[in-house]
Design a protein. Structure first.
Length: 537
């Protein structure tokens, strides 16, 4: 008699359950062993200390090439100062000849709350400078501007001060995003001249909720004297307000710096930019400076006034009594470097010998227009502060079609507001017309992605990583790198067997950029992925 299992399904389930439990036990017991048996990928650091890091520079965020802070060697490549491109619609608007005798120093912000670009600019109402006011304009795109009528009875766009000021000018305006009092969201530093005499010039503060109606700080004046624009901003690294303004009294055309914790009490002025050999060939002095924090450094637009004179100007010196803009640069906001055609010039180099006339000619960042032809041929005054809009940097400025002492030169000045734009990070590029390299100093970062801003259209850019001894790291050699052959702000660097660079993180390395008919503007370590790594030996 053949016996049969009366419970075939139960037996099968029991066998299956035993197998699953056994397998699970093996996994639980064996996983740590397997994980502990994995070898660490070559070069990956599990630990960090000061001995491992050594002299490597720890970097975060975007890295520019204005100075040599990260550059160890340039071979068959060079740094190049780039000029912004003036907008084809310039001037974006001109002075209202019926209401404005002249217009000058300005400030521009982008208000994220209503999406509007907002501008304040100085107005002189007569040739004697007896009435100074501040005008207001707004724009949806920063290109087409509308002068907002504030005083409907007078039909003008002049901002209102409470209490009223006899003369105001040189406004520097910021939006304080951390301010809890809505009445103080807009903050302004400005010049006042209560007796209408230069001896009464003083630096003051005011606040506004709507950008058009301003209440004076009760403790005004907050600082003595400055007869040009004051350029304030919030420095997140310092946790303080910072402002650049002219030294004085007495009136000296050099740039000073001051700090404040509350926008009311300001530190004594410290001169940070004085004249140098770069200014000698064209008898240059410094009128104003607009500044902005950018990519971990501070960028300044230095207003350079060349060859002041009221005498007739010979045809071979048409640069005299005219104003343009040069670039300055700082890593701490206190000590500044002038920028020439091939990048930042150190203080030691400024005291050295070179062809300073040629260097000064090549240091122009925003040039005045063609002599007696363009609307801005005589003078350019940058507005504070430059704005980052998408993938470009915008430099608004007041342009004047005359020399500084126009009356003596019999010029007929007209005034307008213009715009010049620069690609993002585009201040100074590293370029190679044929094949060249840039090698960094030892550096270290945390991240898994290397992003470069470069124009390699018609050429190529490759990146390789070197170890502490300067030897190419296997898998990250130039030959392994997927070449970049186009123009882009955010190229992601990849290698054949390494789609990202997380194996390069947290270890001292050097990066070598191989350029072939290419321009490199910046690089940045980023974090784009989620990583789960089992433990290593």
């Amino acid at each position: 008699m053949t016996r049969t299992n009366r419970f075939p399904n139960a037996l099968a389930k029991t066998t299956s359950l035993k197998f699953i439990v056994l397998a699970l036990a093996v996994c639980l017991i064996g996983s740590p062993a397997l994980a502990q048996g994995r070898k660490t990928p070559p070069g990956m650091f599990r630990d960090l200390d000061d001995e491992i890091v050594g002299k490597a520079i720890l970097i975060h965020g975007k890295q520019l090439f204005i100075d040599d802070y990260l550059i160890e060697e340039l071979k068959d490549a060079a740094k190049v100062l780039n000029q912004p491109v003036k907008h084809p619609r310039n001037p974006l608007f001109r002075r209202d000849k019926d209401l404005e005798f002249a217009i000058g120093y300005g400030a521009v912000v982008h208000d994220k709350r209503d999406g509007l670009y907002k501008m304040w600019y100085g107005i002189w109402n007569d040739a004697k400078d007896s009435v100074g006011t501040i005008g207001y304009a707004s724009s949806k795109d920063g290109i087409i501007w509308e002068k907002t009528i504030i005083d409907k009875q007078a039909g003008n766009n002049v901002v209102v001060f409470e209490p009223k000021e006899a003369w105001v000018g040189g406004a520097g305006v910021i939006i304080d995003s951390t301010e809890k009092d809505p009445e103080r969201r807009f903050k302004m530093m400005y010049l006042a001249k209560p007796t209408l005499k230069s001896s009464s010039l003083r630096s003051c503060v005011a606040y506004s909720a709507d950008a058009m109606h301003w209440k004076q700080e009760p403790k005004n004046p907050v600082m003595p004297y400055s007869d040009t624009q004051i350029a304030p901003y919030w420095d997140t690294r310092l946790g303080r307000f910072v402002a650049y303004l002219r030294f004085g009294p007495p009136n000296v055309r050099i740039i000073s710096r001051t700090e404040s914790e509350d926008f009311v009490h300001w530190s004594p002025k410290a001169t940070v930019i004085n004249t140098s050999k770069l200014d000698g060939p064209f008898n240059t002095v410094h009128y104003t400076m607009a500044a902005m924090p950018f990519a971990g450094v501070t960028i300044g637009l230095l207003n350079t006034y060349h060859g002041e004179t009221i005498k007739p100007i010979p045809k071979d010196k048409l640069w005299m009594d005219r104003v343009d803009v040069q670039l300055v640069f700082s890593r701490n906001g206190v000590t500044w470097q002038r920028v020439g055609k091939d990048g930042a010039i150190s203080a030691k180099e400024l005291r050295g010998e070179r062809d300073w006339k040629k260097a000064a000619e090549q240091a122009v960042f925003i040039p005045y227009g063609e002599y007696q032809k363009d609307w801005d041929w005589g003078q350019i005054y940058p507005h504070h502060a430059p704005l980052v809009v998408g993938d470009e940097i915008r430099f608004y400025y007041t342009g004047i079609s005359s020399r500084h002492w126009s009356t003596y030169h019999k010029d007929k000045p007209d005034h307008g507001i213009g715009l010049a734009t620069l690609r993002l990070d585009g201040f100074v590029s590293v370029e190679a017309k044929n094949e060249g390299t840039l090698t960094t100093r030892p550096l270290m970062f945390l991240g898994d992605t290397l992003v470069v801003n470069a124009n390699a259209a018609g050429g190529s850019l490759r990146v390789e990583a070197l170890d502490g001894e300067g030897k190419p790291i296997p898998g990250f050699q130039a030959a392994d790198c997927q070449p970049i052959t186009s123009d882009g702000i955010r190229h992601v660097v990849t290698w054949k067997k390494n789609p990202d660079c997380h194996l390069l993180q947290a270890r001292p390395i050097k990066l070598r950029f191989h350029l072939n008919n290419a321009k490199l503007y910046s690089f940045e370590p980023g974090i784009r992925h989620k990583h789960y790594l089992q433990s290593y030996d």
